[in-house]
Design a protein around this ligand. Structure first.
Ligand code: FE2
Length: 220
């Protein structure tokens, strides 16, 4: 069982999640960006030091507090293997554990996050699925937002892969799963996946091409 606490940090309205498993002293931070001091203060309120850093993808706004948190005692960084080339040159990749889709990050007895490979926004984007105190929870990074989805026009982006991710991979998940996105881009901070299937315009396309055309429409 996982207790999940959300922080909103930085100039891009990033959501940073503190994931505290029961029956262990480990504490994971998903997408540690912008403000190591604020993350550490939240960890102190929980009563544990940060031990694990988990990245949904390589973009700087989701990992620019990694180095500071490693300096303050965090032990390891979990990233999908396909993000490795994009992290080259950073000083902390020796701390990385490289994941494949289906791998589990075991945080404690009966407390794990399962990695789901969800390419599209970046080649190694991943969502993390776990059993939270409020039911199944899916940490989606920049793959799925509340009533939106991640851009596919940045380096490594692939809108056809995003279609397969949203419809083929995430399409199989339990509708009661809570979507916990990587940015605060909507009036609601989270929503059930079934609600998103009704209201999210990116989940309403009947063909890959229609989805790709909409996702890649010129930005205003
Ligand atoms: Fe991103």
């Amino acid at each position: 069982m996982l207790s999940i606490r959300r922080l909103q940090l930085g100039p891009m309205a990033n959501f940073v999640y503190l994931v505290a498993p029961a029956h262990t002293d480990r504490l994971a931070v998903v997408d540690p960006g912008w403000d190591a001091a604020a993350i550490e203060a939240a960890a102190e309120a929980i009563g544990r030091p940060v031990t694990d850093l988990i990245l949904t993808h390589h973009h700087g706004d989701h990992r620019n507090a990694v180095e500071a948190l490693l300096d303050r005692g965090a032990e390891r960084v979990w990233v999908h293997r396909a993000e490795r080339p994009w992290l080259q040159g950073l000083g902390w990749t020796d701390h990385c554990h490289w994941l494949d889709g289906g791998d589990r990050i075991e945080l404690g007895p009966g407390a794990a996050l399962t990695c789901i490979a969800t390419p599209g926004h970046t080649p190694g984007s991943q969502c993390l699925l776990g059993d939270s105190e409020r039911g199944p929870a899916l940490l989606t990074g920049d793959t799925l937002f509340i009533d939106g989805c991640g851009r596919c026009d940045l380096p490594g982006g692939d809108p056809a892969a995003m279609y397969h991710t949203l419809y083929g991979i995430l399409g199989n998940l339990d509708g009661q799963t809570r979507v916990l996105p990587g940015h605060d881009y909507a009036p609601a901070a989270e929503a059930a996946l079934d609600d998103q299937r009704r209201t999210n315009p990116y989940l309403g396309f009947a063909s890959v091409q229609a989805f790709v055309d909409y996702r890649m429409r010129p930005r205003r």
